[in-house]
Design a protein around this ligand. Sequence first.
Ligand code: PMP
Ligand code: GLN
Length: 381
Amino acid sequence: MQIQSKLPDVGTTIFTVMSKMAQEHGAINLSQGYPDFDPDPELIERLMHHARSGRNQYPPMIGILELRRAISAKLGRRSEIDVDPETEITVTSGATEALFCAVSAVVRPGDRVIVFDPAYDSYDPAVALAGGETVHIPMALPDYRIDWDELEKHLDDRVRMIIINSPSNPSSGILRPDDLDRLAQAIRSLNCFVLSDEVYEHIVFDGEAHASVLTHPELRRRSFAVFSFGKTYHVTGWKIGYCIAPPELTGEFRKIHQFNVFTTSTPMQWALADFLESNPGNYIELPAFYQAKRDLFRSLVAESRFELLPCAGTYFQLADYSRISDMKDTEFASWITQEKGIAVIPLSPFYRSAPDTRIVRFCFAKQDETLAEAARIINAI
Ligand code: PMP
Ligand code: GLN
């Protein structure tokens, strides 16, 4: 038997590689993005409660109504966005599954999908498996803005989807309302969908507001917007996310979802539904919470030889290490993990064609003590 790989260029994800290396070398893990602190105890209590109350069998394929209603209510309160829980919201096994289903739902062999580099690593393989071809447009340092004129040069009838991600992982840049206007204008005459990865919607700093495609009526009609409870409630391991899209798009999305995972964990959905109802404004504190961590981390390493890039959102801080070494970023990430005891993520795996830069990503979703301990090491490099 011979396997002809459908993803010949894909290895193990850089997140898995770096977290494993961190563990093997006992390094402080600032690589893969997850908090090293627990979620709100009430959320855990609700999970235990529902698991003990017999909520352990299949929930509805599209997610429990209580959670879909809570999501809809939150959007209504927060941004006066009207979303129908029955026809427009699907609960998924994390944002990753939602991204995969959205791409699979509309991308056909030969279609083109535009992504902006550095791009989150799951977009490209999802497009490849659907038979599509990704077109990578680089974003410019230091604040990683999208060059909309450049996008326009790549637009034609073959472009079926544009994937945007704000706040963006790994760049930490954000899109603003005028960016959404430019996007809407650029694709107005095309049969082109938007996949908007908004998992860091509540981690936006310095008083800026998150610009969601859901608030842009023209984009909303052609968009899949993808979210994750993992980021907002410090439960990345629960793997619960959701996709919001107009009814016709949601219909196609669910055809994939039902045969991909069918549905997602019951007690977690109930716990989140309860928590959203009893703590409707919980996420309002999130920007300040993570901004304090960003500022703490930045000030702790301000005297180091790393040069910090701007960070407008997400819980990632990019840093240029060219004053320390001219190693390639993948080599540098291995070296700093194995020799210095701090695990980071190199940036080149997020590019089709990586620029000649020396940049790594630190995750600051950590307890203040972890950040202080990490900074002691970073400052001595
Ligand atoms: N998109 C981006 C930009 C992410 O950073 C992540 C994970 N951190 C995901 C999607 C996947 O989210 P989930 O863990 O809910 O699948
Ligand atoms: N999104 C997380 C990060 O950026 C990792 C998720 C994963 O490991 N797939 O670190």
